[in-house]
Ligand binder design. Structure first.
Ligand SMILES: [Zn+2]
Length: 233
């Protein structure tokens, strides 16, 4: 079986979305990429999670050509591939229709950073895309969705803000691998829910001060991170 370990990682990341209550029925999909091989492993389309095995995971190249797997890939494959092409350092993509993050997507409203829980994972508000045009929807819709996401990141580092709200649709998240992408999808949903409640309690709630936002993101990410235990090789 081609890319057995990657398939297992991608299967596990998909199942994590189920365990965390982020998906209904067959909604959602996670993929992972092996950058050395230039291949992507993604959930098949429409297979119930409880029946999913690593052998069902579909392997595609970056052009969307299926190189291994008997099933059809997730219909969102072209969106995932565009993100892998444009965001050179990512190794995993997760897409869900999780309740609160999707509500923000439908409201076409970026999620402000109201607290350190958000700042620990996202260095800035979680942006929302523009709407797709009628011709983009009629054309290669999934590819255009990927391009649309990349346009929203023209001046944002995708490693610092590993999530986006697609207008009228739902979130896409990413990370260093499939597990990290699924993890970010779980955190995004938690942050989206808390931001909603924050505004319900006080509609005038202010975003976190820049200094505290920076402090929390940078102590966990980047060159000067010091959160957690020192990793030994
Ligand atoms: Zn979707």
């Amino acid at each position: 079986m081609l890319l057995k370990t990657l398939r297992e990682e991608v299967l596990e990341a998909n199942l994590e979305l189920v365990r965390r209550g982020l998906v209904l029925y067959t909604f959602g999909n996670v993929s992972g990429m092996d950058r050395n091989e230039g291949l992507v492993a993604i959930k098949p389309s429409g297979v119930p999670y409880e029946h999913l095995t690593s052998a069902d995971i579909v392997i595609s190249d970056l052009d969307g050509k299926i190189v291994d797997g008997k099933l059809r890939p997730s219909s969102d494959l072209a969106t995932h591939l565009e993100l892998y092409k444009q965001f050179a350092k990512i190794g995993g993509v997760a897409h869900t229709h999780s309740e609160f993050a999707t509500a923000w997507s439908q409201a076409e409203t970026p999620i402000p950073c109201f607290g350190t829980t958000h700042a620990d994972s996202f260095h800035g508000p979680v942006p929302v895309t523009e709407r797709l045009s009628a011709s983009e929807i009629a054309g290669d819709y999934e590819l255009e969705t990927g391009k649309n996401i990349c346009r929203a990141f023209a001046s944002i580092d995708p490693e610092s803000v590993p999530a986006v709200l697609v207008a009228g649709h739902a979130p896409f998240c990413w990370g260093a691998n499939a597990g990290a992408a699924a993890h970010n999808a779980v955190i995004l949903e938690y942050v989206a829910k808390m931001a909603y409640h924050t505004l319900l309690i006080n509609a005038e709630s202010r975003p976190l001060a820049r200094e505290l936002h920076d402090k929390h993101f940078l102590r966990k990410h980047g060159r000067n991170a010091y959160y957690g235990q020192v990793k030994t090789q």
